[in-house]
Design a protein around this ligand. Structure first.
Ligand code: SF4
Length: 390
């Protein structure tokens, strides 16, 4: 993977393909989580083998529905979930070999896996490195046990205490963690102490999410029943505006609303979602987008394995989609190229007018067809995106 000191300027890359695979099992279902996932305790899932053969079956079905997929080069693979580090390394290895036999892989294909703290160990990272995984992200959320308890997350003290050392000594250099802010009971000082621990470790990637209330979660039921407090929104806004400068001082680039990376360490796979690049979504609860067609798989592992993948696709008009994703990027992108590729002439004109009005208001800079937000846009972002959406 190229690691440049030049800032990457994102552009249209339709000849590449990402593959996302959803492994739906976790040690425990966290209270705030609205991903499709099931808590099954410490052991392996008893349907691991059949699930992985269903993954292969789905890939073949999608390719037979969209034969042009074979002409694309896979340049990112992402094992997410759920907790993909719960599945055996051998199964991921076999699945990667299967993908390699079906598609052309770029030489520097990014292969990522999400790891939960309870699974992380030096030997696990070594095994991942051996099978070609070259990017690891650990869902930490906070190092404060009271915060983890509030979130209903599984917590093993020794694992949390050793995880940064394990990651700094990792044979895989592209490593990062997720942190969360606005958790009731975790003060501003507590959050910045989490951040300080990360900065001292100097890992190259950080995702920073604010806690949100998602419908249908245990957390939202607890808030409704007055058993738990809502996320600390005022604190969240305060932290959000402080971060870009603070992270910048430590050499991290703010490349998406919630993501910071040292130069060259951005998650290329996640960038696909924001730049309208095609990706296969494989597994229960996964979503994909191929040639402008979106699809979603059932959020039920048994049903997913029983049925052949649905051939229901929804063609999305890039007009509104593009605004919702592209303008979340805080790193520069070739806006004229995106607009000309995906929009009709009338929408192109409207986008260009809106972007010029933002520039006059000091919210963004544009030059030679390249767009970049200024930090003044951060707190207005949702409204600005609505301004440009169709
Ligand atoms: S470990 Fe992650 S995916 Fe699993 S329930 Fe918790 S937040 Fe959701």
């Amino acid at each position: 993977m190229k690691q440049s000191t030049e800032e990457t300027i994102w552009q249209v890359r339709n000849s590449f393909l990402g593959v996302y695979v959803h492994f739906p099992y976790c040690f425990k279902k966290c209270d705030y989580c609205d991903f499709y996932s099931e808590g099954i305790g410490g052991g392996p899932a008893n349907d691991e083998f059949t699930l992985f053969s269903s993954y292969q079956k789905e890939v073949l079905e999608r390719v037979s529905h969209f034969p042009n997929l074979r002409n694309k080069t896979v340049d990112t693979v992402f094992f997410g979930g759920g907790t993909p580090s719960k599945a055996s390394v051998k199964l991921w290895d076999d699945f990667l070999n299967f993908l390699r036999s079906e598609f052309d892989f770029a030489k520097d294909t990014e292969i990522s896996i999400e790891v939960n703290p309870e699974d992380l160990s030096p030997s696990l990272l070594e095994s991942y490195a051996k099978i070609g995984i070259n990017r690891v992200n650990v869902g930490v959320q906070t190092f404060h046990p009271k915060g983890l308890e509030f979130l209903g997350r599984h917590y093993e003290k020794e694992k949390y205490e050793s995880l940064l050392t394990t990651l700094t000594e990792s044979p895989i250099p592209r490593v990062g963690i997720d942190l969360m802010y606005g958790i009731p009971g975790v003060s501003e000082t507590d959050f910045f102490s989490d951040l300080q621990v990360f900065l001292e470790a100097g890992l190259p990637h950080l995702s920073l999410y604010s806690l949100t209330l998602e419908k249908g979660t245990q957390y939202s039921r607890d808030v409704k029943d007055l058993k738990k407090s809502e996320p600390e929104e005022q604190l969240q806004s305060k932290i959000l505006v402080t971060l870009p400068e603070l992270m910048g001082k430590h050499g991290y680039r703010w490349y998406e609303v919630s993501n910071y990376a040292k130069p060259g360490f951005e998650s290329r796979h996640n960038l696909k979602y924001w730049t309208f690049e095609p990706y296969l979504g494989i597994g229960p609860g996964a979503h994909g987008m191929i040639e402008g067609n979106r699809y979603g798989n059932p959020r039920n592992a048994k049903l997913y394995q029983r049925k052949t993948p649905s051939n229901q696709y929804e063609f999305v008009t890039p007009g509104s989609e593009l605004s919702l994703t592209l303008f979340r990027l805080f790193s520069p992108f070739r806006y004229l190229e995106f607009i000309k590729t995906y929009l009709n002439p009338k929408s192109q004109e409207r986008y260009i007018q809106t972007i010029h009005s933002w520039e006059k208001r000091g919210l963004c800079s544009i030059s030679n067809g390249v767009f970049q937000w200024n930090k003044q846009a951060l707190l207005l972002l949702d409204d600005l995106i609505l301004e440009i959406a169709d």
